[in-house]
Design a protein around this ligand. Structure first.
Ligand SMILES: [Zn+2]
Length: 297
């Protein structure tokens, strides 16, 4: 039996213990009050390492762990956070090394593997649906926009920052880039665009027929379709999953309509689109599975 500890860092932290791809025991949350959003944006790196190490240590006390997988948003390569626009303080953090050291002080020596948070969801979907031998792609729609894929391949894969428009006025992306997907679809970007309305109101008003809001909701879906179409044209059709806090805004028929107009070559039209309920479990399993896979390689 393989055991692992999975940890996911997004706007908050969740951590759990896995036995053979199944969560076991209690899932830990930081902060414990799950309603508190954006709890991590002001936490300095040194404190974050301590919080993570303490969560992992309490899970390790429940039973052994062969590997520890930590999923964080941003460009994560070779255990280093190369960039993380929505958690700027962790840019440059040697997360695998820092955590390994902090865990050693607590008597834990299992290898630490760091992965991108959206890649962890893709890994979790693949693992829980028996698709570990297939190509799985996931869009996470939240404050930022994440793109995850399983199996992991070396690369940057910042799908949320692909350019989907040439309009120079489109500059709401958290990274500062012009014309990016996240600058249209991301929650923070929507708040910057509609200073007088919350995104929830924009989508609600669109349903009631408000012209400006309807136009935006259409743009929102077209942007997501454009980015998805680009990945279909690069890596081929296959399964795309949509998840994250703001997947509630997504209307699959609208998305599919735009995709059908963008993907016209018949060998590429066999893609499937599916909404995944936003749950911690899939991502935790994915973080653990990625760590076990990395350990085996
Ligand atoms: Zn961007």
């Amino acid at each position: 039996m393989t055991t692992a500890i999975g940890v996911v860092v997004t706007e908050r932290i969740v951590a759990g213990r896995l036995e053979d791809k199944h969560l076991t025991g209690t899932v830990l949350h930081y902060p414990e009050d799950r309603a508190e959003l954006d709890a991590l944006s002001a936490v300095p790196v040194s404190e974050l390492v301590e919080i993570l190490a303490n969560l992992i240590a309490s899970l390790a006390a429940q039973g052994p762990a062969d590997a520890i997988g930590v999923a964080v948003p941003g460009i994560i390569r070779h255990g280093i956070v190369e960039d993380s626009p929505n958690l700027p303080q962790i840019k440059g953090m040697r997360i695998a090394e820092d955590l390994t050291r902090a865990l050693k002080e607590r008597g834990i020596t299992a290898p630490v593997h760091a992965a991108n948070d959206a890649d962890a969801i893709a890994a979790g979907v693949a693992a829980t649906r028996g698709q570990l031998d297939k190509l799985v792609r996931v869009w996470t729609i939240g404050n930022g926009i994440g793109y995850g894929r399983w199996p992991y391949v070396e690369g940057v894969w910042e799908g949320g920052h692909v350019t989907v428009t040439l309009d120079p006025k489109e500059r709401y992306c958290g990274c500062g880039g012009v014309g990016h997907l996240e600058g249209i679809v991301g929650y923070r970007a929507m708040r910057m665009r509609f200073l007088d309305m919350e995104p929830e109101e924009v989508f609600a008003q669109a349903k009631k027929g408000d012209g400006r809001c309807r136009e935006f909701v259409d743009l929102w879906h077209r942007a997501l379709a454009a980015a998805t179409a680009s990945f279909i044209h690069l890596a081929g059709p296959g399964r795309f999953y949509f998840t994250g806090h703001n997947v509630r805004f997504l209307e699959l028929p609208l998305l599919r309509g735009h995709l059908d107009s963008m993907v016209r070559m018949s060998p590429l039209q066999s893609f499937s689109l599916e909404i995944l309920p936003s749950d911690d479990e899939t991502q935790l399993i994915g973080a653990g599975v990625s760590a076990v896979r990395a350990m085996a390689q």
